[in-house]
Design a binder for this molecule. Sequence first.
Ligand SMILES: *[C@@H]1O[C@H](CO)[C@@H](O)[C@H](O)[C@H]1NC(C)=O
Ligand SMILES: *[C@@H]1O[C@H](CO)[C@@H](O)[C@H](O)[C@H]1NC(C)=O
Ligand SMILES: *[C@@H]1O[C@H](CO)[C@@H](O)[C@H](O)[C@H]1NC(C)=O
Ligand SMILES: *[C@@H]1O[C@H](CO)[C@@H](O)[C@H](O)[C@H]1NC(C)=O
Ligand SMILES: *[C@@H]1O[C@H](CO)[C@@H](O)[C@H](O)[C@H]1NC(C)=O
Ligand SMILES: *[C@@H]1O[C@H](CO)[C@@H](O)[C@H](O)[C@H]1NC(C)=O
Ligand SMILES: *[C@@H]1O[C@H](CO)[C@@H](O)[C@H](O)[C@H]1NC(C)=O
Ligand SMILES: *[C@@H]1O[C@H](CO)[C@@H](O)[C@H](O)[C@H]1NC(C)=O
Length: 463
Amino acid sequence: MGSNALLVMLLWGSGLARAWPSNRIPIPRQVEATATCPSTSTYSTPNGLNFTSHCNSAISRSAYSDNPITSTTFTDCMNTCSTTSTPCYGIAFTERNSTCYTLTNGTLATEPNLTPDSDVDIALVDPVSQLTGVDDSCPFSNNTLQATTSGLDFEIKCYTDMIPFGHYCPWNLVDDPWCKLHTDTMDACMEFCAEAHPLCRAVSWNPDLGNGFGNCYLKDVNGTLVSGEHGGYVIHSALVQLPALLDDEGPCPSSLNYTSTTFLQVRKEFEIRCYEARGGTGNLTTVHTASLEICMDRCASYDPIADSESNFGVETPECVGVVFDRSMAGGYENCALLSEVGGSMGDINSTFARVTKTVDPREEGSGSESKAWIAGPVVGGVAGVVILGVVAWWWRRRRMAQGAEEALSPDAESKPVVAPYSIVSTETDHGTGNGPVEVEARPPQYELPGADSPQTRHELAGH
Ligand SMILES: *[C@@H]1O[C@H](CO)[C@@H](O)[C@H](O)[C@H]1NC(C)=O
Ligand SMILES: *[C@@H]1O[C@H](CO)[C@@H](O)[C@H](O)[C@H]1NC(C)=O
Ligand SMILES: *[C@@H]1O[C@H](CO)[C@@H](O)[C@H](O)[C@H]1NC(C)=O
Ligand SMILES: *[C@@H]1O[C@H](CO)[C@@H](O)[C@H](O)[C@H]1NC(C)=O
Ligand SMILES: *[C@@H]1O[C@H](CO)[C@@H](O)[C@H](O)[C@H]1NC(C)=O
Ligand SMILES: *[C@@H]1O[C@H](CO)[C@@H](O)[C@H](O)[C@H]1NC(C)=O
Ligand SMILES: *[C@@H]1O[C@H](CO)[C@@H](O)[C@H](O)[C@H]1NC(C)=O
Ligand SMILES: *[C@@H]1O[C@H](CO)[C@@H](O)[C@H](O)[C@H]1NC(C)=O
């Protein structure tokens, strides 16, 4: 089986055997609360606003907001400042009575205006340019569709706001202010919405930060559109256009057994259970797929070794099952890859599929079943894979020779990088070495009839 061994080498060597880059939910950082003025003088709030603290300093009371917040901590006071609906330039905190004032006068709230005071601690937004927004103009044409990197379309509504104004808090985070996100671009705000659970239906975005540093608002209801030109600031909105799913199978497929169709990779046999979700499960990742079958194929091609690279060497468990949510009520990412199956939970919208058998062609001996399976693809595919391997090798050499500034793959470049979430840059790093190979040598499964059309379309269109 020399050709088989060669294939295996090519697959591993070229990165073809890697699973999809696992997408991770960019949960805003949770930070330990500090009750007192910290000795380290800089602090970054969960949504990315940076402060420098000045302990035992005071500032003119005319810089204070009208209403103090009581029973709070120094850290929470800064977090509040990052989520107010008016520009907030800093905080004044009195430790003795745990009282917090936000500083609303940007002229007064500067370092030269500080005076020594053992009763009060100050933290100033530093640099203050973080509160300078971007151009108010609408970043896209009115009523056009714009896709996220994961292929979710949004319909752009320029100079439009949405009632109710309140944002919802996805990711089940307890502290509501954490959910008032900040993004430098409208695209990045839409990316958050595409990855939110439960389903995010729309975003409103304030480019000029006239409504505070938290300028990206996620909505879980279909709001009423209203004028987005408020006194002093502007809002643009974008409405989620959920894609249609492939309807060949329906919510409960007629055959409850399925064998993955992944090409020359570990293939898995699944047992399907309709109208069932799983509680207490460990999710490897959640992705969007257009059908249950594609979801199961993703599970089959999930590669724990490839994923462990992006986890800094910590090996992650294998995919042992999926929960597929046709309704997308739980989010656009409707396919959860599970590392443990957990307990049964009734759910009219979900389909659960458990891996019953895993067959790894790399380890397969001389079983007749395996030969029969591998013969077809091998005959047709060997030539192609060899060519792809050579092309990938050639490309990689060429890229290496081109120097560092060209190292980012097109995918990595198109993904908006949002400041406080280091996860994104991890993916970028991860993509740097393998990007070109992935693009060139992408397994043919994605082009089969089952492939996600939105994703494919987006990648072709790029933007
Ligand atoms: C805030 O601080 C973090 C960490 O030091 C840094 O990565 C980020 O760029 C800073 N943000 C701004 C807007 O300066
Ligand atoms: C807390 O103490 C400061 C400084 O003495 C004072 O200005 C402020 O009014 C006090 N706040 C409350 C709520 O007592
Ligand atoms: C900030 O304070 C200065 C000095 O007291 C004052 O002249 C200015 O009008 C204040 N600005 C605002 C926006 O309140
Ligand atoms: C965008 O289109 C909507 C209609 O779909 C309209 O109500 C709105 O005024 C338009 N906005 C601009 C800035 O043209
Ligand atoms: C929200 O709007 C979408 C289409 O824009 C529609 O499919 C959906 O049923 C609406 N949901 C509610 C709760 O009205
Ligand atoms: C599914 O596979 C199991 C064995 O894994 C078998 O017992 C069962 O009969 C199969 N069901 C169908 C519908 O093929
Ligand atoms: C895993 O995904 C399922 C289905 O989307 C969801 O119901 C569950 O809450 C998730 N579990 C965790 C730990 O995120
Ligand atoms: C099923 O999906 C619908 C939307 O299609 C949603 O309204 C309903 O709450 C979902 N049911 C469950 C149990 O999640």
